[in-house]
Design a binder for this molecule. Sequence first.
Ligand code: HEC
Length: 150
Amino acid sequence: MKRRFRDFVIAAAFLIQGLDLAWSADREVLRPRVPADQLGAARAITNPLPDTLEIIDKGKTLFNGKAFCRACHGQDGKGLGTDIDPKTIRGALPRNFTDKAWQKTRTDGELIWILQNGSPGTDMAPFIPLILTEEEAWQVLRYVRSFANP
Ligand code: HEC
């Protein structure tokens, strides 16, 4: 009986440690990327384009085409493009856009900030204005949002 209890305690400790690791990984993903002094302003911005199939489709074409988001975020948006070896990426892995907790945490303004500034210290580069116009970026972001409801 005593031994079973000890085994139980050990198993519980491993489980808690595993949960804790998973939780801190989630927390790292949810941590805001926009610097604190710009976060309020970023959060006030909303996507000016309507959430229509036509706009989402334009975003999809850019995502898979000239903006090459697919190379890192994957065709399914899950964050590992087939064209890229994860070992070649320094720092954070590309975001999984099907992560509902992440989708809920981020505002549109924080997402466009990323396309304007990149995510410093990671392989997520700025895309505006070199690759995308502001309007195209909003189209891509409509597509990024569509991964939340597959
Ligand atoms: C070279 C690989 C690469 C390409 C190409 C790329 N990304 Fe990323 N992206 C990343 C990485 C790595 C991260 C994770 C950065 C982090 O955790 O801060 C990321 C994160 C993001 C985020 C999440 C930032 C946040 O606030 O959590 C968004 C949104 C995003 N990318 C959109 C795009 C879009 C849209 C495109 C195409 C226009 C694109 N990415 C192209 C690598 C890439």
